[in-house]
Ligand binder design. Sequence first.
Ligand code: DQA
Length: 150
Amino acid sequence: MRIAVVHGPNLNLLGVREPEVYGSATLNEVDGALERLAGELGIEVECLQSNCEGRILDFLADVRERADGVVINPAGLGHTSVALLDGLLAISRPFVEVHLSNPAARESFRHRSLLTPAAVGVVAGFGVDSYLSGLRCLHNHLCRHRVPGA
Ligand code: DQA
């Protein structure tokens, strides 16, 4: 099983970006923790961070061939991007939306995510653990819904 992990805009700055909101872990540390968990689960992860919406859409279209599902922190794009929602719908892979912070407890423009109605579920507010829980939950979901022999 392979799960794609997408980090949206500005998450390359994790560790220095508003650490009181997003924590002190760097993007490399987040990806390292995801890879360790993937090893424990006996699966593979393929991670991408980009500040460019088009790069993320190209990655999703490309990874469709290899990935059984997607864990995505859409960052600001989740609040605005119909194109990102369409890109996720287009690849027909289950996805879990994750956020380091809890957007529902922040400014009102963060309360709506265009992705949430199409997600299997959302994990928010637990820092790096949001990603790790998202990966575990998606793995469990995929195991439950796996077509025998496929
Ligand atoms: C975020 C929350 C978003 O509102 C924000 O635009 C981000 C990060 C989070 O992980 O908490 O860039 O997705």
